[in-house]
Write a protein that binds this ligand. Structure first.
Ligand code: ADP
Ligand code: MG
Length: 699
């Protein structure tokens, strides 16, 4: 069984990891992922007892609360107000103490100073001290709380009371600012959650009833009032509707729809009241897919994320061990070298360096900013109508060198219409007879081509209908074997096809081994296909490729119109797959398809993109990215966001590590006061987190 538990007050990545390893130990837990940014526990478990144990354990972990877990949620804002208050009070005591130190002399003044410092230290440091004690009991060392306790207590022991207080004060200030920053990122993604309507107005026999979107079923007639969101995907019944699709595509323009047009859930009614018919249940609708994907996005970790997680695991203990060496061995060496005698020389200086090292050993800047950057990247994409299934794919997309497209349904709209009939010479059929024959056979297919014949009337009954993926159909009609499909299909049945010049896609027809002719069907190019391909080139994509099962003539003319560099035609689904593997050798391959006959290629590509509304549910499963509104120009946008995300992640990694090294050198040389080390640590973390905000900016 699988479930996702929402939690709150999980405040640092290290805590998330600690909680995860505690939960992992529970019997009956198969797999568990604790996510700090999305504040979720993704759990697969064997039985109800295990689930209850997980909830109980999580509720006991620090301040963590499992929502809907029987414990009332705490108000987040209040936690911040309280933290601010503690910091301000501590700061006042600290300033008072410092003033006394410089202005007044005498025992009384000194005693008062100690009291003020102690009050300052306790008012800001008590949560840290308590956590440290609790964690030590549980055998967890090396977390931030522990490091800060050792550093501040160490400073106090060395007689630097003021410095000890300052360490704690700065650390808590940093924690608070970090929590606010992360909260702001969470909120920006949480806005997406508002895409879901609270209720839908269903009309049954003229009576209106309010139901939650989940309870809508296909065929329901729903009334959407001005300002309301479309609750689930469907088609328009009223004459006209104006929809604001900004929250789905990121573009601030109105979309005008007329009767029969598809309405995407999540868009807002910007006009008067209209009626619609539901065509997909809520769980398959655009809104629900967006929300699912955003919530699960953090599961696919990108390479840099894995790198820093590993780095932090080695880095912190290593620096701590070094700190101990610095405190013990360095004074011994100092004594040996200076006075040629084995004793501890300059102990306080070296211990101070060691404490600085402890402070620097905190990998916070990296551990927080890198996942946060990816999270913001995925959220930014979602706001522009691009669903990304995980940080890994955001990373891969950024490196795209070759973009391959499917033709039907991807570069073209996939809405075929019959444009003409070419009868073979000396055949007894009329055009209408041929059309209705094809319509009879195609009624057994769900391919976009088959839909072109949906309105053609037919009388024949069909038997033994079978579909050749990427080729066409065969069936028995009135006792005769009929083939309907492309040249490849007919040839493979030993039927030769008469050459016809046509700008359309040809559907050839044969009956009992005899060629009857072809139906010309037309398919409009997608509006933005050309702009999208050009924009991809600007984003550093080197080659654009078309892989299609259609004939060369039609494919070539589309390739020219769209500006595709290379075209490969008459490919069967597994030939497309082989071609994709070959293309992949030359660089990172992005494949865009509508999911009909191209699931195998999607598996082969480095990153598979599917069209959201047309695409089949299976394709959306197999793909790594989904373009919700079928707009190809979302692709270059995704590429831009992905590149920016990657750039910022690299900047943060390099910046944070460089700063750590610099402070280590200064710290080892005892040049750096302890409080400055904390200040720098917090500063680097905040700079890195703020840098991650840049992903969200429009430019
Ligand atoms: P594409 O690669 O362009 O997206 P497909 O792989 O889905 O196209 O199909 C390739 C070709 O196979 C089509 O261009 C068409 O000629 C033929 N074909 C596939 N399915 C059918 C069908 N149901 N009826 C007629 N022809 C079909
Ligand atoms: Mg296709």
């Amino acid at each position: 069984m699988k479930t996702v538990l929402k939690i709150e007050n999980l405040d640092c990545p290290v805590c998330a990891e600690a909680l995860q390893s505690e939960l992992q130990k529970i019997k009956g837990v198969v797999d568990v992922q604790v996510e700090y940014i999305t504040q979720t526990i993704t759990l697969s478990y064997e039985n109800e007892t295990a689930l209850q144990k997980v909830i109980a354990k999580a509720n006991k972990f620090e301040d963590v609360r499992v929502l809907d877990g029987g414990v009332p949620p705490t108000k987040r804002k209040n936690t911040h107000t309280k933290a601010w208050m503690c910091i301000v009070i501590a700061a006042l005591f600290f300033v008072g103490g410092t003033l006394l130190e410089y202005l007044a002399r005498g025992t009384l003044a000194e005693a008062l100073r100690y009291v003020l410092y102690a009050l300052a230290y306790l008012s800001v440091g008590y949560p840290v001290l308590i956590s440290t004690a609790k964690n030590l009991v549980k055998g967890r060392v090396f977390d931030e709380n522990f490091l800060m306790t050792v550093a501040s207590v160490g400073a106090i022991a060395l007689g630097e009371f003021g410095e000890g207080v300052l360490v704690m004060l700065l650390y808590q200030l940093g924690e608070l600012l970090q929590s606010i920053a992360v909260g702001s990122s969470r909120n920006s993604v949480a806005e997406l959650m508002e895409l879901k309507s609270e209720y839908a107005t269903v009309v049954v026999d003229g009576v209106q009833r309010l139901v939650p979107p989940e309870e809508l079923s296909v065929g329901d007639v729903v009334l959407v009032k001005a300002g309301e969101r479309v609750p689930a995907d469907g088609i328009l019944l009223s004459e006209i509707a104006a929809l604001d699709v900004k929250s789905l595509t990121g573009e601030a323009d109105l979309r005008m729809c007329k009767t029969g047009d598809e309405l995407l859930s999540g868009s807002i009614n910007a006009g008067g009241v209209y009626e619609m018919k539901i065509t997909r249940p809520y769980k398959d609708s655009a809104v629900s897919r967006i929300l699912d994907m955003v919530e699960n996005a953090s599961s696919g970790k990108a390479a840099p994320e894995k790198f820093i997680a590993k780095f932090a695991r080695i880095y912190t203990p290593a620096v701590c061990i070094f700190a101990v060496l610095l405190a013990v061995c360095a004074p011994l060496c100092n004594g040996l070298i200076a006075d040629n005698r084995l004793y501890f020389k300059n102990v306080d200086v070296w211990i101070r360096s060691a404490l600085t090292f402890l402070v620097i050993s905190c990998p916070c800047a990296l551990v927080i900013s890198v996942p946060l950057t990816y999270f913001s990247g995925i959220g930014t994409c979602a706001k522009q109508g691009i669903l990304v299934k995980g940080a890994t794919y955001l990373d891969v997309v950024a490196k795209t060198r070759i973009a391959a497209f499917d033709k039907t349904g991807t570069l073209t709209e996939g809405n075929f219409t019959v444009c003409g009939v070419r009868l073979a010479k000396h055949r007894p059929h009329s055009e209408n007879e041929l059309l209705s024959l094809v319509a009879a056979v195609e009624s057994g297919s769900s391919h976009p081509i088959a839909r072109a014949f949906a309105s053609v009337p037919f009388v024949h009954s069909t038997e033994n209908v079978s579909e050749y993926a990427g080729q066409g159909m065969s069936a028995t009609v009135c006792g005769k074997n009929v083939l309907v499909g492309n040249e490849t299909l007919l040839r493979s049945h030993g039927i030769s096809v008469e050459k016809v010049e046509s700008v359309y896609t040809l559907v050839h027809v044969a009956e009992d081994g005899e060629y009857l002719g072809a139906v010309e069907i037309g398919d409009k190019l997608r509006e933005n296909a050309k702009t999208a391909v050009a924009a991809l080139k600007q984003q550093g994509v080197l080659r654009s490729v078309m892989l299609t099962g259609d004939s060369a003539q039609r494919a070539q003319s589309i390739a020219e119109e769209v500006g595709i560099d290379e075209t490969y035609v008459q490919l069967l689904p597994d030939e497309k797959h082989l071609k994709a593997k070959e293309l992949k050798k030359a660089g990172v391959l992005l494949y865009v398809g509508d999911g009909i006959n191209d699931a195998p290629v999607m598996m082969a590509a480095d990153c598979a993109v599917s069209m959201g509304t047309l695409g089949s549910a299976a394709a959306i499963e197999a793909s790594d990215m989904v373009l919700i509104s079928d707009d190809l120009t979302a692709l270059p946008k995704a590429l831009r966001v992905a590149k920016k995300t990657r750039r910022i992640v690299l900047q943060n990694i390099i910046f944070s590590i460089a700063m750590k090294v610099a402070f280590m050198v200064l710290g080892a040389g005892s040049i750096l006061p302890l409080w400055l080390a904390v200040f720098a640590d917090v500063g680097v973390m905040l700079l890195a987190v703020c840098n991650s905000f840049r992903v969200r900016s429009k430019k």
